[in-house]
Write a protein that binds this ligand. Structure first.
Ligand code: NAD
Length: 430
């Protein structure tokens, strides 16, 4: 099948590379010329494990193409996946990029096409897109299908090729057959193909993200209680997670959740619910709890430093919202670091995916390409993300001075072992 992916970011590029690897001809289109130039020159503009190999292999085999010519890419294709960003504006999903793409599609409907929203879009967006595309000329020439994406950055290729489920929202038999055919190699492997109504598919995505965000906030709050009651959150998480009704994933206490999905999707879901006169009080509380967590962890850092951050050298190991990605969107480091700088701290950071422009406007923050340089003479090391390379560090060798402290926000080390080594170690919920 000829597929066009519009929006070649984290979701679009992974989807395009995987669909082409399954034998389809795929054009990944994007309005960003720099991105497309890089891809045409064999450079993958984002960090995602395994993606570069997959892109290069399928590009070489003439199954994967990159273009800024959106109109022509649409004309040539049978299935159009909309994978552009849907950020929130005033807590509401901003659909301007989606609408722009749909206007492009409207002008280029030269034969029957399936138009698929893979971007996360609020309930009734599919109805709106259908209304936009409807005209006498376009009768029977398209179906609008919702096919939300559940991949996680850092695990994106595995998640795409071995998903727990593929959700397809459509009432059209024809569109459903084509979509099922497209996903057949994946469904055969393991996962379940779940056809539903378009609105239900749209809501399934938001409801899933809100549920996962709730799980994280819940365990973070239980961790707060553990800290006050001399209980180890890791033991509690394991004890809870063994209950199959709950499951052990997403029960690791840490910083507030961030990234390009959970914060914006929880906010957008509340706004959608308001539109339907429904009070999602649980989701609202989760958003509040998550925002409070940034303040809580900043206060904890101050406390660790005896309420004196003036000229204190603080090193962040990792600044992205989690390990395995270069994505800085809504990482809580963007909230915590400026607060520490305001109180007089001198920040250095080591980040496996490199320098981050997001801190450009701040003073007293330095990127170190080498972990030794980042940690040397630090007063406090903050383990902010859970990269493997942070899991077996020799802190004394790295810091090269006495009386440094460690704040392990991912609980990577054993407090007992740190005590034995005479290292001043703090962690989450233990
Ligand atoms: N990142 C994730 O982990 C993830 C997971 C599941 C779902 N989603 C959803 O998928 C969607 C895309 O997310 P992302 O992280 O891939 O975003 P992204 O910002 O990485 O990529 C979006 C791309 O769309 C391009 N674009 C915007 N307008 C365009 C237009 N008119 N024509 C062509 N290209 C255009 C941008 O240049 C950009 O390259 C969002 O709705 C997001 O919520 C993301």
């Amino acid at each position: 099948m000829k597929i066009c992916i519009i929006g070649s970011g984290y979701v679009g590029l992974v989807s395009g590379a995987c669909f082409s690897d399954l034998g389809n001809k795929v054009i990944c289109a994007d309005k960003d010329k720099v991105k497309i130039n890089k891809l045409n020159n064999g450079i993958v503009p984002i960090y995602e494990p395994g993606l570069e190999e997959l892109v290069l292999k399928n590009k070489k085999n003439n199954r994967l193409f990159f273009s800024t010519d959106i109109n022509n890419s649409i004309k040539q294709s049978d299935i159009i996946f909309i994978c552009v960003g849907t950020p929130t504006k005033n807590n509401k999903a901003d659909l301007k990029y989606v609408f722009k793409v749909v206007n492009n599609i409207k002008k280029n409907l030269n034969k029957y096409k399936i138009i698929v929203t893979k971007s996360t879009v609020p309930v009734t967006t599919g109805d709106k897109l259908e209304a936009m595309l409807n005209s006498k000329k376009n009768k029977n020439k398209f179906n609008v299908v919702s096919n939300p994406e559940f991949l996680r950055e850092g695990e994106a290729i595995r998640d795409f090729l071995y998903p727990d489920r593929v959700v397809v929202g459509t009432d059209s038999k024809k569109a459903n057959n084509i979509m099922k055919n497209l996903y057949m190699p994946i469904i055969k492997k393991r996962s379940r193909y779940f056809q539903t109504s378009r609105r239900a598919a749209e809501l399934i995505k938001y409801a899933s993200n809100a549920f996962l965000a709730t799980k994280i906030s819940y365990i973070n709050e239980i961790a707060n209680l553990c800290e006050k009651s001399d209980i180890d959150i890791k033991e509690v998480s394991s004890g809870i997670g063994l209950d199959q009704r709950i499951g052990e994933r997403f029960l690791r206490a840490g910083p507030s959740y961030g990234g390009s999905c959970f914060p914006k999707d929880t906010r957008a879901l509340v706004t959608t619910a308001n539109r339907f006169n429904t009070d999602l009080s649980i989701v609202k509380t989760v958003i509040k709890s998550n925002n409070n967590r940034n303040k809580l962890l900043t206060s904890k850092i101050e406390k660790i430093m005896n309420n004196n951050l003036k000229n204190k050298k603080i090193t962040f190991l990792g600044v992205t919202f989690k390990a395995g990605t270069d994505d800085m969107r809504e990482s809580s480091s963007l909230k915590i670091i400026p607060k520490l700088i305001k109180k007089g701290s001198l920040i250095k950071y080591y980040e496996p995916t490199g320098y981050k422009d997001e801190f450009n406007k701040l003073k007293n923050i330095k990127y170190c390409a080498d972990i030794n340089e980042a940690c040397k003479y630090s007063d406090l090391l903050i383990i902010y993300t859970e990269w493997n390379e942070f899991k077996q560090l020799n802190f004394k060798n790295l810091v090269k001075k006495n009386n440094f402290k460690i704040y392990d926000m991912r609980n990577l080390y054993s407090p007992d072992l740190m005590k034995k080594k005479n290292i001043n170690y703090f962690c989450i919920g233990r």
